[in-house]
Design a protein. Structure first.
Length: 679
């Protein structure tokens, strides 16, 4: 639905109307004056510390930065935000098999309702408050440089970047020195824009950053945006052992101004190497210098490093505009980096060490990661208090049911119809629709309207009709009704217990050989309706399994590994017992709890479809792999006949080039199996 709100004319006037009455009529020439012209005095004092901007504090060792709040892991904070919604995420916020290496920025495919998008958008920010306090000019200039360099590190073209600035300064007074802070910052940002030939479009500024005697540091945050072919996006986690580690540095003059000519040449070469896929990984060099960048790159896949061609000061200091690149050992480094300023500083290893000869630093990678993850653990925990210092090593049985389903569709249909009801709060219907369409289904997305009692009644009548016309009903993920009152999926279950809907679902499953699928919020609804594990809508009892709050007590968004435990369902016809897949999860209530008597019965019936597993493929209760603490590490269940399948993992969110920085088999073939059942 669209409504025309304005018309572009050649009248030279800006006119607004309300109920056909003219309420505003301004000259374009007047608007072009941009309002009243104001003037103020600005006094920029000489900064005699400009040559000390990039020196590390005396007595600081490289490993001390592991405990610095500016450098430490933010995993516990990152996981609170849904990073895979929409199904277009190219880079997860945290990469590698351990999901620990922070991405340099956002990379996500441009959404497309029809077909597969190959273009990804890139976004990154830059800002160093300590540098900005020392020199607002340098702080703003390097904010731009840092944000743009992150785009290059992901494979983007810096010449096509556009910027947006967020500015925040103390309250302005008549003091000309106070005015020098935004003045200098804007000059620094403008210098970077002019040298790089890129523009800032829009932004926001505030001059109210003072409360009593406390003021914000001079703040100009640069946001850089660009596009790239999703196929060439680069991530920062080390990929393999015995690779060369190259430091690409631009250099700075005596005033600590970046050498823009070197910088541009370096970034152009990075773009060329990205297109030819000669860069295995790339990372920027921010707070904590090369040392912290190396630790971050090593953490994701537990790949060690050996460094020998660098000074200790270079190891610890920021190098905004510089990059660390992982290049395969067989590449000709001299040829690859001709006409750039670079240095080969070491190689990746299988030793499990951060081994830096020049600084006399040798630290076990596991210890470095532990120290790096510790500072914010008490504020944004990644583990429950009980297992803060150790992992949950409860032994969980590996469940296996090799029996294939014996049911089949009596009527074959070339293009099965899938109904996806959308309730208030549902947010996964688009990617679910796209996935079903991609495997040959005809999809009907039905919006449940509840603005009035009449709207709701009409929606239920229409939904009943559509269920009777469909072969598959899918309940997608989201937060129906805002997960209120007191828990998830209550509105969905109320609608499905309506006699009209209940009868239509019963007919679908028991008389027309139909199928049902529920993911995340949809799985919660299937459990509360009794469709899982019973296979029909029933009242819940004290013995019924349920999904409750994650054991850590917060939302969890990440990728998990799940193992196929049963193939006794049409939905699982495309996989085998023991297959392991990497799947997105995003929920606050995903912990399956049930009595052991109930679980034994489900195992006996082959109804436990999938289990959370660790990197060795073993079912586990460890929160690093079983994020919600489900009993027996259960991720998904099927009904006794296999027609109904529910799971917490968002299998619908995977697409080509998704989650490039986390390895694993990501296509579970659930949707194609469900559609092929009718063919």
């Amino acid at each position: 639905e669209a409504t025309a709100v304005a018309e572009v004319t050649d009248s030279g006037r800006f006119r607004m109307y309300f109920r056909e009455q003219k309420i505003l009529d301004l000259s374009r020439d007047f608007l072009n004056t941009n309002g009243v012209k104001q003037e103020t005095k600005v006094l920029v004092k000489n900064n005699d510390k400009v040559d000390k901007l990039f020196t590390s504090p005396a007595g600081i060792k490289p490993q001390d930065y592991l405990l610095d709040l500016n450098c430490c892991s933010q995993k516990g904070l990152t996981e609170r935000f849904d990073s895979t919604i929409g199904g277009n995420t190219v880079l997860m916020p945290l990469g590698g098999k351990n999901q620990l290496t922070p991405a340099c920025g956002m990379a996500a495919k441009i959404p497309s309702l029809n077909g597969e998008s190959t273009t990804a958008t890139l976004m990154a920010y830059g800002f160093d408050p300590q540098l900005s306090k020392q020199s607002p000019y340098h702080g703003a200039m390097y904010a731009v440089i840092d944000s743009v360099t992150k785009i290059a590190a992901m494979g983007g073209d810096i010449s096509k970047v556009r910027l947006s600035f967020q500015e925040f300064f103390e309250k302005m007074t008549d003091n000309p020195v106070v005015w020098s802070k935004p003045f200098s910052a804007l000059l620094g940002a403008l210098t970077a824009q002019k040298k790089l030939g890129i523009a800032a479009i829009g932004g926001k500024d505030s001059m109210s950053g003072t409360f009593m005697d406390i003021s914000v540091p001079p703040t100009l945050i640069s946001f850089a945006v660009g596009t790239v072919n999703a196929d060439i996006v680069i991530s920062p986690e080390f990929k393999r052992e015995d690779s060369s580690i190259v430091w690409l540095y631009p250099g700075r003059d005596e005033n600590n101004i970046i050498d823009f000519d070197n910088y541009i040449a370096n970034m152009q070469r990075v773009k060329k190497l990205a297109i030819s896929k000669n860069i295995l990984s790339a990372n920027v060099i921010g707070k904590g210098g090369i040392f912290i960048s190396l630790v971050k790159m090593a953490a994701g896949n537990s790949i060690g490093v050996e460094i020998d061609n660098i000074t200790e000061e270079e190891l610890k200091c920021e190098d905004y505009g510089g990059l660390l690149l992982e290049i395969a050992a067989e590449e000709d480094i001299r040829d690859a980096f001709a006409e750039t300023t670079y240095k080969v500083i070491g190689r990746t290893t299988a030793k499990g060490l951060i081994d830096i000869h020049c600084a006399g630093v040798t630290i076990g990678l596991s210890q470095a990661i532990k120290d790096w993850c510790e500072p914010l653990e008490g504020i944004f925990p990644t583990r429950t208090a009980e297992f803060r210092r150790k992992k949950d090593d409860t032994i969980v049985p590996k469940i296996s049911c090799h029996q294939r389903t014996e049911i089949s569709a009596a009527t074959k249909i070339a293009k099965p119809r899938v109904l996806i009801p959308v309730f208030p709060g549902t947010n996964c219907e688009v990617e679910s629709m796209q996935t079903f369409r991609g495997v040959g289904a005809a999809v009907d997305v039905h919006i449940i309207r509840n603005m009035t009692e009449h709207d709701l009644e009409d929606s239920i009548k229409e939904m009943e009709k559509k269920i009777r016309e469909s072969q598959i009903v899918m309940l997608p993920g989201g937060f129906s009704g805002g997960d209120e009152p007191d828990g998830s999926a209550k509105f969905i279950t109320a609608v499905f217990r309506n006699p009209r809907i209940k009868d239509a679902v019963t007919e679908l499953l028991e008389e027309r050989d139909g199928l049902m699928l529920g993911i995340c919020n949809g799985f919660q609804a299937l459990i509360k309706l009794g469709l899982l594990p019973a296979g029909k809508i029933t009242d819940m009892t004290d013995d019924s399994p349920t999904l409750t709050y994650n054991r850590i007590g917060r939302h969890m968004s990440r990728l998990v590994r799940t193992r196929i435990a049963s193939v006794k369902s049409p939905w699982l016809a495309g996989v085998n017992v023991g297959d392991i897949h990497t799947v997105a999860i995003s929920h606050g209530e995903g912990r399956l709890i049930a009595s052991m008597e109930m679980m034994d019965e489900l195992i006996k019936n082959g109804q436990i479809a999938t289990q959370y597993v660790d990197l060795k493929g073993e079912p586990t209760m460890d929160i690093a792999h079983n994020p919600n603490g489900s009993v027996l590490a259960v991720e998904g269940l099927i009904s006794p006949d296999g027609r109904v399948f529910g799971k917490m993992g968002h299998s619908e969110r995977w697409s080509v080039n998704a989650y490039k920085n986390v390895t694993g088999s990501k296509d579970q073939r659930i949707f194609s199996s469900g559609v092929n059942y009718f063919k």
